[in-house]
Design a protein around this ligand. Sequence first.
Ligand SMILES: Nc1ncnc2c1ncn2[C@@H]1O[C@H](COP(=O)(O)OP(=O)(O)OP(=O)(O)O)[C@@H](O)[C@H]1O
Ligand SMILES: [Mg+2]
Length: 233
Amino acid sequence: MSFIEFNNVRKDYQMGEVTIHALDGVSFDIEEGEFVIIAGASGAGKSTILNLLGGMDKATAGTIKVGDKIISDYTDNELTYYRRDDVGFVFQFYNLIQNLTVLENVELACQISKNPLDIEETLDAVGLSERKSNFPSQISGGEQQRVAIARAIAKNPRLLLCDEPTGALDYQTGKQVLQVLQNICKKEKTTVIVITHNLALTPIGDKIIRVRSGKIDSITLNEHPQSAQEIEY
Ligand SMILES: Nc1ncnc2c1ncn2[C@@H]1O[C@H](COP(=O)(O)OP(=O)(O)OP(=O)(O)O)[C@@H](O)[C@H]1O
Ligand SMILES: [Mg+2]
């Protein structure tokens, strides 16, 4: 049994008369502690997969298992607890609270957590201990994204879901952010899933899931994944 099992998952969106098959029978497994890249063109269904995994949306059919939980059977209330306790989210735009400092942004996330990590250590892990009294507007985009990562991991989630985390960042800063995600994955044994439309990022994943038109195109394993700082894209 794998940590995550997506089994023949379908997701339809009804748009008036038209049914959009966002996911059309998607199956894959992810092991605990794996660094997974989900790649595919715009509209392929990447965010739909992540939203289902994060308990932000419900599948039309199929089963989704995370750990010992069958989240596809969950009620809205159960999904709320699942999102809060088990999942960290990082998005393209950092969604920090502008009138709270770096430290306070991370503290806020810890307050709702059962088993938070040490905040100072978490800020250290993303290289931001020197900037903890700054407000988001006083730091760069890459630093803001690292705060968002610190906020997501400080609650010590089993699963870290990242939707285009480098989408708004320049090349060098993007690499630093990916390196931070890779380090967390290895050090904390957190399962990390990163969505990208950039195929050049695939060498850094332990597993690459390619999605095309709502279906799985291929699933490959890298025996020797490269570190984010090493790759050129
Ligand atoms: N709330 C929604 N209502 C209707 N259709 C939707 C909705 N969300 C997604 N879709 C459709 O489902 C399909 C998959 O969308 P999804 O957002 O998963 O793609 P994506 O791979 O993340 O693309 P991108 O790289 O552009 O973010 C697309 O055709 C999209 O238009
Ligand atoms: Mg998307």
